[in-house]
Design a protein. Structure first.
Length: 356
């Protein structure tokens, strides 16, 4: 049976919004990690069958198939195609799953999968007028959230912001403010402990950022974490997505708005052995699931159950669990609903600390 091995994995540091990576285009970030993952593996770039990259925005410099543009910028042969994937927050993960399934189906042996995003550089977009003297154009900041919503869809499903969906999850599943704040602090503490031990060193590639004057600035460490965070400091923050007395979601117990890129090299198992490449991991089962958009963040629960069923596993079989921390509210809800052992979840910290 053909299996997909992950033989290399690299990422840039995660940049803070308007921070050290804000002047770097998302296609350049992607090119950097593509180039690095090939260099570290030592493979001939001509062996790469395809490049799949996730990008959730695609309204600016990441438009028109950023995977292909980044591949060319990285110096891959012109014969290597590229495909950009969009499943919003799961875009990069979906790219990995697609490449693994292509390997299993004997539709290729070597793939680069990853994702890139520059939320700092997300542009404003403006609609065109439908008539010569038509309506005032709609203008949106594409950093996050809905844009140009179809009225028919809005009539069916209210276009909640992501933060509002987190409030909905908190209320539906009874996740109080203190629980969310403690979870957020725990994420920061785990990142700080991992950073202190140098556990991110092997996966990071530094980004050299040219300056108008003087030498380039080198970004080599995640910018978003706030390891000094305490429950007391978080308790002082006001909720930002709801204004009633039940509001609990704040900037401190939510993930960040960030910049960065990552790439994995996936190789068919037998070919990896012939090339002398040591697998870091094997890609197993995957699954996606839809939920009520009003409670978007609970989606990992049915998706995980489907994936575990396909793999013939239970949550008790899992040693390490990576769960995206879009918001503490939905993270805690997912942990409770799935019955996860919290000590196994995000051992190096999650998106609340690292960024998203």
């Amino acid at each position: 049976m053909r299996r997909a091995a992950i033989v290399e994995a690299v990422r840039t540091p995660v940049g803070r919004y308007a921070g050290g990576l804000s002047s770097v285009r998302p296609d350049d970030l992607a090119a950097l990690v593509i180039r690095e993952v090939v260099a570290r593996s030592g493979i001939d770039a001509g062996l790469v069958d395809d490049v799949y990259f996730g990008a959730a925005n695609q309204a600016g410099e990441d438009n028109r198939n950023v995977a292909r543009m980044a591949s060319l910028l990285a110096g891959l042969p012109e014969t290597v195609p590229g495909c950009t994937v969009n499943r919003l927050c799961a875009s990069g993960l979906e790219a990995i799953n697609l490449c693994a399934r292509l390997i299993e189906a004997d539709h290729g042996d070597v793939f680069i999968a990853g994702g890139t995003e520059s939320m700092s550089r997300a542009p404003f977009v403006m609609s065109k007028s439908e008539t010569a003297f038509g309506r005032v154009p709609e203008v949106y900041d594409t950093t996050i959230g809905w844009r140009f919503t179809n009225p028919a869809l809005s009539a069916l499903y209210h276009p909640y912001s992501m933060g509002e969906t987190a409030e909905n999850v908190a209320r539906t599943y009874g996740i109080d403010r203190e629980t969310q704040d403690r979870f957020a602090v725990w994420s920061q503490q785990k990142w700080a402990a991992a950073d202190e031990l140098g556990l991110f060193a092997d996966e990071l590639v530094s980004v050299s950022v040219p300056q108008r004057k003087g030498e380039p600035i080198v970004v080599s460490r995640d910018e978003h974490p706030r390891p000094e965070t305490t429950v007391e400091t978080l308790s002082r923050l006001r909720p930002v997505f709801a204004r009633d007395d039940a509001a609990t979601v704040t900037a401190g117990n939510s993930s960040g708005v960030n910049d960065g890129a990552s790439a994995l090299l996936l190789v068919e198992g037998e070919l990896a052995a012939r090339l002398g490449l040591t697998p870091l991991a094997w890609v197993g089962a995957s699954a996606s699931a839809g939920v009520d958009p009003a409670c978007m963040g609970i989606g990992p629960v049915p998706a995980s159950r489907k994936a575990l069923k396909r793999a013939g596993l239970t949550v008790g079989d899992l040693d390490i669990i990576e769960l995206n921390e879009a918001f503490a509210a939905q993270s805690v809800a997912c942990i409770r609903e799935l019955g996860l052992d919290e000590s196994r979840v995000n051992p190096k910290g999650g998106a609340i600390a690292v960024g998203h």
